[in-house]
Design a binder for this molecule. Sequence first.
Ligand SMILES: *Cc1c(COP(=O)(O)O)cnc(C)c1O
Length: 470
Amino acid sequence: MIDLLFELSKKGSNKFSMPELDVPEVSVSAKRGTELDLPELPEVEVMRHYTALSRLVHGVEDGPYPLGSCTMKYNPKLNEVTASLDGFTGIHPLQPADTIKGCTEVLKLTHSALCGVLGMDAVSFQPAAGAHGEMTSLLVMHKYLQSIGQTQRTKIIVPDSSHGTNPASAVAAGFEVVTIPSYSNGMVDMDALKAAVGDDTAAMMLTNPNTLGIFDKQIAEMAKVVHAAGGLMYYDGANLNAIMGWARPGDMGFDIVHVNLHKTFSTPHGGGGPGSGPIACKKFLQAYLPYTELDYRQGVDAEKSIGKVKAFHGNFAVIVKALTYILALGAEGLKDASGKAVLNANYLFKQIASLYGEQYRHCMHEFVVSASKAGDDYGVHALDIAKAMLDEGIHPPTIYFPLIVKEAMMFEPTETESKESIDSLAKTMASIFSVAASNPDALHAAPLKAYIGRPDEVKAAKDMKVTAKF
Ligand SMILES: *Cc1c(COP(=O)(O)O)cnc(C)c1O
């Protein structure tokens, strides 16, 4: 166990010197009533503490991180340089507009870049993450439908291959979810869609590529069916990494979309953010977007707008990082990045599919394989394989998701892994499978090298202890 800073604290050990006061001294603790109990340590001990903590986890800077659906690509350090410039960090959004022109320019440039990449007309940067963007978009659609007198439209159609946040957001926004099945090739069952649409359809939410890593070829037809029934089309664009520069949701018939800047547009994420999940829509929905005071975006209607979902422009530093990434790569570079993301996923899939007993299938930026053959043959499950990967210095793929595949393992290598790195990852997977055949118990015991072995995951999620007693 690593002790907490509070446990390591030794009174009087944090020696420091401050410049002499040139203002009257005010005692903060006098106002608090009680002394503030902060840990006291020398700077070097604080650094050792955090460095030790950083070694307990696996990051993309330690090794491959093929966590499907999360796009754990390498994030260029240049992003950090620009996001920490004084002109961005030392200002406040309530400053007079002519003193924050640089920030306004960042918003304008990112706004037009995102509209260009998505084929949309307007963007709101307020949502703090992907699921928040979904929720915000649903509120926008709800307000729009109300304003045109379509209050009976209470249902959201969600294919069973969608990301789990889609139905959750729809329920949170007060809609009813209608789940429709997929064909065995992973695409939406069109007959089920046609049977599901009607007067009560508010929208269809489509995750594309879906959670199987498949680009649904029937999108134009789906849009026609939903629009003909009077519903709207929502695109879950969290995984824009697969299509940016090649295809645009706006051209495919979608009315509104969210993107995850912290996936596709390279911001470090995991462990709780900060993220940014801007939404973009067609002109007819623009007036309903979250309202912000700084009118860099024409056409905001304070009466029609759903109001704020976060302060000002959301997580501004993440927008600076995204813009840095966009400008550094340029239009061709973005297209190349998604091209390589798809190539890498297909390359890895082709190398490891036979381990899983799967036939070759073309995928987009990620793919799903089932570990059920290893289960039947050796009693080794997706969880065992994932834990064994940790011992090899590789972050496991997403497991047991999507729910429609038994023993699912969802790999997303991303474009920032080299050919050599993917070859080595494939070799490691082959050696784990050979251990599965020769000594399955070794995999049941994995991980041996990780700081935490096999926690009770349900308890860890539902009975979280986030405070300590001193
Ligand atoms: C990650 C993801 C989300 C949710 O994004 P968060 O930022 O984690 O809220 C939604 N949809 C898809 C397809 C995703 O991959």
